[in-house]
Design a protein around this ligand. Structure first.
Ligand code: T1G
Length: 680
């Protein structure tokens, strides 16, 4: 075994040279790896005793992509082009042995080999669009040559990985090896050498990129990308593989890749890639903080939220006891869960057996005592403090010692709830977002007395159930809803100045949100938090509720909805609003789009700055992750705080002052010091 460099070893086993990459944690294709590959290929190529070369990786995965932390820095040493040219120059059969996730530059490196074998659990992807990039190491030219244009388009435009069976079926890999990867690969090489097949450069394979692909490309280009630029560039680069000779196609790819690398959208997405991983780092809770084992979960309330929350744990294989007050409510709640699982199975997301297995982990009860053996109990009852206090006081007497008691409250004070128990150190908030079994965000609300092991347990549990857990402090609405409230107040004001709800939503959708705030209210239900006795027709929302228009669930709210729930501006809402203006003597004015955008985003940013000031979030990028996963903030804009940095905090502060809001002291301080949120 020769150490080519710290991350690259070269050994010879019989007449096979074995290049082993060992660059933890994911064997990223960083400078040392590129240098090591080029050097190892050179040495192996010159060794007369070598008849074939095997590329394999140590650790958890094959090369999982370029080293994202290198991006945005001046290039040094051999780049992706020199590396792939070294592979193309090889005169001996090159075989890649793949396990884990061959992604981005990793899959591109494997495709520079002449053959590829993999274990059945391996995954293959070109996720570059998720970073606002396109494959930049020949992937757009080699992938269609191996897997065909349709599969290549699907992979580069969506960034979604495929499994080994799919890869084999489409010709991306040559064999799935049973058992030990290396042994299987060596056996493949022995058969390859015996067959006399020799080298097979991917660049020379043209069958799958020859033909008429006009229809498939025009369909792919016609998809709504909501202002996100990378997918279209990726599609154009793959199309070049069907129109240009290989080297010209590579040059075309490189031009687009470099442009994307320099783009603001890619900078935002690369920022989010690391931001999402940073949320797990809690300044005063070390990574080695002991955690509690969660073997059984109790849920109080089998409503929409309780049922959805329960599904997260059952899907992760954790048994759940779900408590309701009445049998009818319990049966209904469990029935909804069963329907959800069965419809997912019917859509092929998983098998009917898997659906049944998950559902069988749910046990219904009407007795709170049955939660006595749960390690974690989550309350998901009405959003009223008196009801929650009553539940926690009772739960405190039943939950076993060491059990964690959590509230799914969206707004309320966790410290107040914890105070009615004898163990506030085991109380916190687990704020799921509706639909709880779908939305990835989980706000983990740390009470003043919540212990560090309980915090660490919650953060770890978030990962177990496939959520992005963000630690937040106790404040009305925590982080996401607190900032949403600031936006909603201003939106309601604009409605009372002359804007229709759809005028405001349109601006947010154009900015890149999947839907505007009013459409979101229609989805959640206008009666959420609405109290009939306190409603006097003073606002559009009151009038709509009083007219029974509670949103999608009643077929109409701010918008009218057809059977497919497609929204259209409602003449009923228009009439209610114009009558309200008249009643209040308001002369409606058309509000310019830029003003609507500023009055939608700046209040959120200002509130985010206050949250940071108060220490209710660990860092600005955590706030961006909340908005990405909780509210669909367009990822290619980085999140409200990243966006604020990108347009300049002085611009935001000037807007805050122009519209007469109280500026955050932190925002004023950063502007005075010419700093950004990213500098915190
Ligand atoms: N570069 C640098 N660091 C990376 C990395 C990467 N590509 N991938 C992961 N890490 C770090 C991550 O920050 C974390 O660090 C640790 O590894 C574990 O990651 C030329 C230009 C591979 C599926 O987009 O999807 O190739 O926090 O927590 O959940 O065309 O990481 O421990 O210090 O995510 O098991 C394309 C990105 C790049 C793959 C593993 N490749 N990575 O998931 O662990 S662009 C990607 C992932 C490219 C070419 C283009 C996941 C994973 P720390 P983790 P995981």
């Amino acid at each position: 075994m020769t150490a080519i460099n710290p991350v690259t070893d070269l050994s010879r086993e019989g007449d096979v040279a074995v290049i082993t990459i060992n660059n933890p944690p994911v064997n990223a294709l960083g400078l040392l790896v590129r240098e090591g590959l080029i050097a190892a290929l050179d040495v192996a190529g010159k060794d007369a005793a070598v008849r074939a070369i095997l590329l394999i990786c140590a650790g958890r995965t094959f090369i999982a992509g370029a080293d994202i932390s290198e991006f945005g820095k001046p290039p040094s040493g051999p780049g992706f082009m020199e590396t792939q040219n070294a592979f193309d120059a090889a005169q001996k059969p090159l075989v890649a042995a793949i396990h884990g996730t061959a992604l981005g530059g990793g899959l591109e490196t494997a495709m520079c080999c002449h053959y590829r074998v993999a274990v059945a659990s391996a995954k293959f992807g070109q996720p570059e669009v998720n970073l606002g990039l396109i494959p930049g190491a020949g992937g757009t030219q080699r992938l269609p040559r191996l897997a065909g244009v349709p599969k290549a388009l699907e992979m580069v435009a969506t960034g979604k990985p495929i499994g080994a069976a799919d890869a084999l079926a489409n010709g991306l890999i040559d064999e799935i090896v049973p058992g030990d990867l290396k042994a299987g690969a060596m056996d493949f090489i022995a058969r390859l050498l015996a067959s006399g097949k020799g080298i097979r450069r991917t660049r020379d394979l043209n069958d799958k990129v020859t033909g008429d692909f006009a229809a498939i490309f025009s369909f792919a280009k016609g998809q709504n990308m909501r202002g996100f630029e990378a997918p279209l560039d990726a599609i154009n680069a793959v199309e070049a593989a069907t129109k240009l000779p290989f080297d010209e196609g590579i040059a075309f790819e490189q031009k687009l890749f470099l442009a994307r690398m320099m783009s603001a959208q890619s900078a935002a997405l690369r920022y989010l890639f690391f931001a999402e991983r940073k949320v797990a780092k809690i300044p005063d809770v070390p990574d080695d903080t002991p955690t509690l084992e969660i073997k059984k979960v109790g849920i109080i309330g089998a409503g929409t939220m309780g049922g959805g929350i329960a599904m997260n744990f059952a899907t992760a294989g954790i048994p759940v006891t779900i408590l309701e007050m009445k049998q009818e409510a319990l049966d209904h709640g469990l029935g909804v869960v069963k329907k959800n699982y069965d419809s997912s199975a019917a859509k092929g997301r998983f098998t009917a057996e898997e659906a049944q297995k998950r559902f069988s982990l749910l046990t219904g009860t009407l007795k709170m005592e049955d939660l006595g053996d749960c390690d974690l109990i989550i309350e998901a009852v009405f959003e009223r403090m008196d009801i929650k206090k009553d539940v926690f006081a009772k739960l405190d007497k039943i939950a076993k010692p060491g059990a964690i008691m959590a509230s799914n409250t969206s707004f309320l004070n966790i410290d107040e709830i914890a105070a009615v128990t004898s163990r506030p150190d085991h109380v916190l908030g687990l704020h799921f977002f509706s639909p709880a079994n779908v939305m990835k965000l989980l706000e983990i609300v740390r009470g003043a007395k919540t212990s560090k092991p309980v915090v660490a347990t919650a953060m770890k549990l978030a990962k177990t159930i496939g959520k992005v857990g963000v630690l937040v402090g106790v404040a009305y609405g925590f982080v996401g809803n607190r900032m949403l409230a600031a936006r909603s107040v201003e939106a309601d004001k604009m409605v009372m100045e002359g804007a229709f709800p759809w005028d405001i939503d349109k601006v947010l959708v154009k900015f890149g949100f999947p839907m505007g705030g009013f459409a979101m209210w229609d989805l959640a239900g206008l009666d959420l938090g609405w109290v009939k006795e306190e409603s006097h027709g003073e606002t559009l929302r009151d009038l709509l509720n009083e007219a029974g228009r509670k949103g999608q669930k009643t077929g109409g709210g701010y918008y009218d909805y057809d059977a497919a729930r497609k929204p259209t501006p409602s003449p009923v809402t228009e009439k209610l609003l114009t009558d309200l203006w008249a009643k209040k003597g308001i002369s409606p004015r058309a509000i310019p789009e830029q003003e609507i955008l500023e009055r939608s985003l700046y209040p959120m940013i200002n509130e985010g700055a206050k949250i940071l000031e108060e220490g209710k979030a660990s860092r600005a990028s955590d706030i961006d992750i909340v908005w990405l996963y909780g509210y669909g903030f367009p990822a290619w804009r980085g999140g409200p705080m990243f966006y604020a940095d990108s347009i300049g905090l002085d611009t935001v502060l000037a807007g805050v002052r122009k519209y007469g809001w109280t500026p955050s002291a932190l925002l004023e301080k950063l502007v005075a010091e010419k700093k950004k949120f990213a500098d915190l």
